[in-house]
Design a protein around this ligand. Structure first.
Ligand code: MN
Length: 295
């Protein structure tokens, strides 16, 4: 099943390019704040599944292209991300900060954006800002200290994820937490729909040019290990998102670009890039650097 949020907080399912509205069936209030309806749907999904399936059989859909898709989980408890996690990207970045050495970091949940949004580059014209093409793992059943052999029981589904990054030496969390820097969508493809995720292909294009092309079999820390590792430190909750790390081919994006991501059996989405007027601050200016420190 493919679950979406759309048109200001409605929830639906997509089947054969038709969108079926599940908002009333799932008792979700599109106006609720915080917007956590999808989290309850994920938590209760096994009980809801047959009702949803029946609605897809009997309900009337509308063309998917007629709605505005939003990021499927707007208000997760956590947005977990792994650093360098593919063997080829580790070579490319000459990095010693592999996921198996460093573990995970967090991005601001407010950096989440969806298929109908644009990536807004901060006003840092002298900085390189890169795309990273990643598989998102969506947690279903929560837990702490989850064993590797049990980890896949905690995976609810998958999405496409763009992890946008300002390159530099400042705190990674800040460089990766600008609004719109984590584009997730176009939907959540449930684990049963995707099947075996140990060898999925993922690709990213900028303006139609293929920039990243990899398979999850080349992950350094694999998906069950990522779930186990994150849960060793932090209790996982339904709807938590794990950005599983980028393969080789990261590169800069600029105003006017179109970035497309496609993941086998998960989905495809394409978003635009605009240069915003916000985001500059004294850390990037180095205007408050102490005397004698590099500016
Ligand atoms: Mn990344």
């Amino acid at each position: 099943m493919k679950l979406v949020r759309y048109n200001q907080g409605r929830i639906g399912a997509v089947q054969n390019d038709q969108l079926f509205d599940l908002t009333e069936l799932l008792n979700v209030d599109p106006q609720e704040w915080p917007p956590v309806g999808m989290l309850r749907v994920i938590r209760d999904f096994e009980a809801l599944r047959s009702g949803i399936a029946a609605h897809l059989q009997t309900g009337a859909g509308v063309p998917l292209a007629s709605v505005q898709l939003q990021t499927p989980i707007e208000w997760p408890n956590k947005l977990i991300a792994y650093p360098v996690n593919y063997h080829d990207h580790a070579t490319e970045m000459s990095s010693v900060g592999f996921a198996n050495v460093k573990g995970f970091f967090l991005k601001a949940n407010s950096s989440l954006a969806g298929p109908a949004d644009c990536i807004e580059l901060p006003a840092l014209p002298d900085r390189r800002i890169d795309h990273e093409c990643e598989l998102a793992v969506i947690i279903g059943k929560g837990g702490r200290q989850i064993a590797v052999e049990d980890a896949m029981d905690h995976v609810f589904g998958y999405s496409c994820l763009l992890d946008i990054t300002v390159r530099g030496q400042e705190e990674r969390v800040m460089r990766k937490s600008f609004d719109t820097f984590t584009v997730v969508g176009p939907w959540i493809a449930t684990a049963d729909e995707v099947g075996d995720s140990s060898d999925i292909g993922l690709k990213l294009w900028v303006n139609g040019e293929l920039r990243q092309d990899a398979r999850t079999r080349d992950l350094i820390v694999n998906i069950p290990q990522m779930v186990a590792l994150a849960s060793a430190a932090a209790t996982l909750h339904p709807g938590d998102i794990i950005a599983t790390g980028t393969p080789a081919g990261v590169g800069p994006i600029v105003h006017g670009d179109r970035v497309a991501i496609e993941i086998e059996r998960v989905g495809r989405m394409e978003v635009g890039v605009v240069r915003g007027t916000r985001g500059r601050n004294f850390v990037f200016d180095k205007s408050l650097a102490p005397a004698g420190q590099p500016a």
